[in-house]
Design a protein around this ligand. Structure first.
Ligand code: NAD
Length: 268
């Protein structure tokens, strides 16, 4: 049995992950933590997800959870990832990270941890979006940058705190890879006021927020007289939780390294 710990277990994704682990064959829930002072601390983990009591309560000792787990899954917040990555490196526990919005220094902590333990890091854990990454790279590589403008549109629920979404940036990276450029050299993450005409080769982003939208992404390749649009719509967070569980099964016992969902899904 592979022991799975869930940090941020009372969050939208955290609760779904706890339930998925409880339902999975070959996995056992090692425990769950919340941020110190979090209101769920002390609650029974089973009760938290609408199941019977488990004799496991929500804790705040992440170090103990990493020590007790074979794999820890993290859908929390960027500052928490920097802390948890250090614990994963120290304990050698495999680590699956879905948290988005990491700053460059937080990404560096994660990369360093991956030299000491196995880490799967993916801005989107769904099978469909990871196929979309491959498709977008392929299409961007085929279309002339002077003839087709790439714009990425995303919409998420009203509580999302980072923008553009990690998935939108991942799609931008895939498009940039296809074109053989660095995304940071061509991205237009916002537009406002008199921006001037669009620069050829730029990759633009547009962000919508509202309601309970789980996650919609469209990549537009706009030419003169024709347009290709590739869209993915997530109807339930369960696809991300199931992807994270798949990643946890795959990464358990692996050599240290930084892996993506492409590796997990065999698309690399
Ligand atoms: P949420 O706010 O509902 O949940 C986050 C939880 O983490 C909260 O309960 C919070 O208290 C907890 N937390 C914060 N700091 C912590 C700490 N130091 N220790 C333990 N727990 C801590 O958010 P959500 O909708 O579940 O999303 C969480 C993250 O996952 C976001 O970054 C989101 O963009 C990302 N996400 C990724 C994917 C993917 O497929 N990769 C899918 C959905 C969401």
């Amino acid at each position: 049995m592979t022991k799975i710990g869930i940090v941020g277990c009372a969050g939208r994704m955290g609760r779904m992950l706890v339930a998925e682990v409880l339902d999975a064959d070959g996995l056992v829930l090692a425990g769950g933590t919340e941020r110190p002072g979090g209101e769920a601390i002390g609650r029974d983990l089973g009760g938290l997800v609408g199941r019977g009591p488990l004799d496991l309560t929500v804790g705040d000792d992440a170090k103990a959870l990493f020590a007790a787990s074979d794999v820890v899954i993290d859908f929390t917040a960027p500052a928490a990832v920097a802390q948890h990555a250090g614990l994963a490196a120290e304990s050698g526990t495999a680590y699956v990270v879905g948290t988005t919005g990491l700053a460059a220094d937080q990404e560096d902590v994660l990369r360093r941890a991956a030299t000491r333990t196995a880490v799967v890091w993916a801005p989107n854990m769904s099978v469909g979006v990871n196929l979309l990454f491959s498709l977008v790279e392929q299409v961007a590589g085929r279309l002339d940058a002077d003839a087709f403008d790439i714009e990425i549109l995303e919409m998420h629920h009203r509580n999302k705190v980072d923008a553009p979404s990690g998935t939108a940036l991942g799609l931008g990276q895939a498009a940039a890879r296809g074109r053989g450029v660095a995304l940071e050299d061509v991205w237009q993450k916002t537009r406002d006021g008199i921006t001037g005409a669009r620069k050829s080769g730029d990759i633009g982003f547009a962000t919508l927020r509202g309601g309970d939208v789980v996650g919609d992404h469209t990549v537009v390749f706009a030419g003169l007289g024709e347009r290709i649009e590739i869209t993915h719509k997530a109807a339930s967070r369960q696809i991300f939780a199931q992807g994270a569980i798949r990643a946890a099964r795959w990464v358990a016992g692996r050599e240290p390294g930084l892996y993506s969902m492409k590796d997990v899904l065999g698309l690399a």
